[in-house]
Structures are given as structure tokens and as C-alpha cells.
Design a protein around this ligand. Sequence first.
Ligand SMILES: Nc1nc2c(ncn2[C@@H]2O[C@H](COP(=O)(O)OP(=O)(O)OP(=O)(O)O)[C@@H](O)[C@H]2O)c(=O)[nH]1
Ligand SMILES: [Mg+2]
Length: 464
Amino acid sequence: MNSFSPTEDTIAAIATAVSPGQGSIAVIRISGSSAIEITKTIAHIPGKHDWSSHKVLYGHITEENRKKYIDEVLILVMKGPRSFTGEDVVEIHCHGGIIPVQKILERILAFSSVRRAEPGEFSQRAVLNGRLSLTQAESISELVSARSRKAAELAINGIEGNIQTTIQSIRKRLIEQLTEIEARIDFEEDLPLLDEKHVKNEIVAIKKDLNELIDNAKRGSWVRSGLKVALAGKPNVGKSSLMNRLSKQEKAIVTDLPGTTRDILESEIVLEGIPVTFIDTAGLRDTKDIIEKIGISRTKKTLIHADLIILIFDYSSGWANEDESILKELPINIPLLIVGNKSDLTNDQSFEKVPQYILKKENLVIISAKTGNGENDLINNLLKKCGSSQTHGLDIALNERQLDLAKSTTESLDNINKVFDENLPWDFWTIDLRQAINYLGELTGEDLTESLLDNIFSKFCIGK
Ligand SMILES: Nc1nc2c(ncn2[C@@H]2O[C@H](COP(=O)(O)OP(=O)(O)OP(=O)(O)O)[C@@H](O)[C@H]2O)c(=O)[nH]1
Ligand SMILES: [Mg+2]
């Protein structure tokens, strides 16, 4: 584990989301050596006081003059090391609502031995005190911000330790190879010859396992942060109508006037466990209208950042030159789904108005935003196109930080391949191998500097 030890000061923060009228209970968390003493000073507990660990006390938090009550509370005392942070922790459960919570926190912060907790500082102390691994702490943060059931499921798996054990076991396999090689460098005569083929095979196998984790991380990031699906097309084809239908809300204004939508509108739904944000955009065309022009320029910027673009055309009037020009202008590296809308307006089954090369595209879906015909087909195609229907069986998903380190690890392992090919001495093998081991140690938190740790936890929210 890390060699540095946590600071001595006691920290306090509101651990629950607090807004007026929302939530009847709030929790204030205090952690550190003076947590219990401070609470004893500010609380009035009737009858017998039992401040032993893991017991609940009933009472009131008093104003500074101890004459008036701020709020009626339950106090939970957890003595270290049997607490979240590993230190003495007190949780004060008071009524929700900004005023009592903030007054109690202010009362606590008035003591010189305590200060307001930085974002993520409780979790950071839990990691430093060995109560949690780094990836477990990150998974707690992900659980708190999960926006879909699948994201929550992945976070729980992380809290249970699956990221930690998977990466540790890969790291251990690399350490075994490093040890084998280093032993030959130091005591070549005393040991049997190095089985170079075995080392190479093992590195190939490890790289395969890492690459699988890297692929899964992409799907995991969709599950966590969701997919951005932009609806694009010429004016009046039914983009806003389709967004309203998919999100089951009358969010966007729909009229038969081309150029109705100017602002970018978003609407989120959860599909198969993945939060999908549909983005309605301004119809693309040449226009002199200043406001519409701004809308179109924003649309173009939005399209670049989408995970998927749905290009909508009016199926009843057929594929037009304008649709063709828009298709050509779309960013080529973003998956595309072509949707023929307004199918309710035509009985034409011969598809004559749509050119063969468009009809042959496997990603063509015909729908009616008005009747809902073809909607399921569209959703299935959308999920397939994003590869997100494969979230079944996905049970481990690295976050962005972990993914970067996994990628750096495979890069180091790739370098070893070059060293193999050039038949360089064993010393050269060890350089990249050691680097790969360090990256994985950084991932699990076993090989981290204090400033890196500060940086990771600063992205957590306050009270965590
Ligand atoms: N019959 C029929 N009409 C539709 C369908 N979808 C949209 N419309 C109509 O087409 C017109 C334009 O629809 P919108 O959803 O505003 O089109 P848009 O692509 O958002 O248009 P802009 O915002 O101007 O770019 C409206 O009158 C809708 O009622 C459909 O599937 N069938
Ligand atoms: Mg519109």
C-alpha cells in the first residue's frame, strides 16, 4: 500500500444532496480524532449517554449558547478502524432542508480542530487507511452518479472488487515474468535457461486480456455516460416529431413550417440500461435567416460530438438532392443510421423514390413519427449500430482514468515485442515490463503518488 499517512485534522461535510423541500433527512459526516468530542459538545442527549461504537443516540443539536435547539437528530458513532474512513466517524442524521443542515455544519466547523472536507476526502482517507482499494472508491462514486440500472450494476461489481482483482492478477503475471528475467540477469550460471518462448506467449496472452478490458471499457462508458444520438436532416422531415415520439414528451415545437427548430434540444431516455440522449437539431439548408443560420452552425458543431447520427429524410416524397448533400457533409467517422420518415403518407412499396444504393444500406429504417410505425425497428437498429446491445455479459468496465493506464500498459507490452524482434539483451526486456507493471500499479492504487491521489479524489463530490 501507499507509504504516506493521512493528515491529523478532523473533517466534516454534508453527505447527502440538500435542497429546499427535497428529502426529509440529511446526513452530516465528521471524520477524525476529534469527531466524537465535537459531537458531544454540540449535542444534548437526554437520559443515559452511551457513546460506544455502532450505537445510535437520540437528541438535539444545540445553538452555541446551548439554550436553543437547531434540530432534532439521530447520532451514529463509528469508532475507527470500523468505519468508512478507518478513523472515528460520526454521522448526524438531521431533518433535510438547507437551514438546519447548514447550521449544524457551521456549528461543527466553528471548532478549530475541524475543517470542511475537500471533495472526495472521506473516500481518500478510506483508501489511505486501507479500508477501500482505489478502484472500489471510484466505483462508489460511479454508483452515486449512475443514471441507469446497468451503470449501477457495473459500479456494484467494482465495489465488490472485480476491477481490483482482475488488474492485480494481470499485474502479478507480469511480475512473475519480470522476476524470471531478472533472476537470469543476476544469476545466469546458477539457473536453467530462460524459456523465452514461454515469456513471449505469456505477454501475448496478457495483452489479449488487457485488450478485452479496453474494448469493454468503451461499452461501459456508454452505459455510464450514455449515448448521444443526433437527429439531422433537411427542414420539415420530422426530426422534432421523432424526438418527441422517442422521448414520449412534447418537448420540441413541431410545425409544418420548414426551419422551425433553431436551438439544439436534448431529451434523455434509458434504452436497455443505457441512457440515450436524443439531440434535435435545426434542419440543414441554405438560408438567409440570421437566427436559423446560427442554429445550423450549432447543429454542425453538435454533429461532430455525437456517438451516432440519425439522418432523417421524408420517405413519402423520396430521397432528394438536399438529402444527398447533407449525407456527403456528415462527419465520416461517426456511425450513421438513415431513417425514412412519414411512411404513413405513402402506400408505395416499390421504393421507387429512393435510390437503390440507399435502399441497400443495411442501416436504413422506415418509420412514421406520426403513427409510431417502425419505432421498435429503429431502436433495435440504433442499439445494434452502437454495439451497445452487447452490454449483456458486460460485468467489468474501466473508467476513463483506468482505461488510459490500461492502454499505456499495452503500449509498453508492444514495445517488448520490438525488443524481442531485435534480439536485444534481457535488460531491455525488463525496462518496458517494469513500466507496464507500474502503470497497472497506478491503476489499482498500489503505486501512486500523493499528488496523483489528490487529483483523482478532487473529481469526487463533497461529502464522499
Ligand atoms: N404524416 C406525417 N407527418 C409528419 C410525420 N413526422 C412529422 N410530420 C409533420 O411534418 C411537419 C414537420 O415536422 P417537424 O417534426 O417539425 O420537422 P423537423 O424536421 O423538426 O423540421 P425543422 O425543425 O423545420 O427542421 C409537421 O407538420 C409534422 O406534423 C410523419 O411521420 N407523418
Ligand atoms: Mg424541428
